[in-house]
Design a binder for this molecule. Sequence first.
Ligand SMILES: [Zn+2]
Length: 317
Amino acid sequence: MQALRTVDARLDLEFTQAIGSLEGMGVPTAKIPFANAGAAQAPAKQKIMIEYIYAGERKALLEQASNIAKAKLRSVAGQGSSSFLLMPTQPDQHVEDDLFRAAVARRLGGTVQVKEAPAMLCSLVSRQGRCGQALDPEGIHLNQCKCGGHVSRRHDRVVRWLAAWLQDGRVDSDVLVEQVAPSDACPDGRLDLTFDDAGRRIWIDVAIVAVQSANPAAALARAKKDGIAAREAELDKRRRYAGLATPFVVEALGRPGTCARGIIGQYAKEDESGSSADAAAAWQSLSAIVQADSARTELRACGWNPADWAEAALEVL
Ligand SMILES: [Zn+2]
């Protein structure tokens, strides 16, 4: 760590700033691990005690947290939910720096600060002009705002990625995207993609859902158990399409729904070590797309344009 800091001035500065901000919050310097250059390494057996303390702190934090905060903490976990943090090995896994910064803050429970604070108003723009609705600190509005089509663009990117992924030697037929004509089987409308698999027609409908809910009963249910928001969306899609479509749901903070996990697991290519490497790569791409797009929307809603994204202030609690 010290060696890295000596060769990378920017990294060193970031560490110095992080130490300063932790000290500003009242954390004793001795308790900031990377502030103690040259300090003796703790013996390994202390690790167990430290993990025990962290587990206790997590429990204590959870007890005080609001239901929405608890649900968010559940939603940042789950298969592949954090894989946008890994080193990209494919172009679609790349997250540009400014979006990466905002996505990490978001993952830590933080937010982007509104550029023209203190007015907490949504800056997304539609044909009717600027949205102007209040931005709540939980991000409920952000995930629902239809201005500028950001939420549907995130959905469409995932659809296009999934279609390309399936088409890349994972299914034999053409994968048709969007605007699938309503049929007797699905009178209710458009499904995101469809293909043939061993003579059987498969329909997939994609949704990216937020765990944050203004409805107290929904917020409580999502606080108590992992993946409830994804599960609700899966059930809703199954009902709407009379069980004919397979829902592919990912929670906006990262956690994938059971059906999405099933689809990736089923179509991932197998190599000599099994199919897990291909599935892991798929989750990394999906995580990068969802987190980068969510960060982009949040930055824009908070009034930051691409030219000043690097200056966007982040707030991590
Ligand atoms: Zn808005």
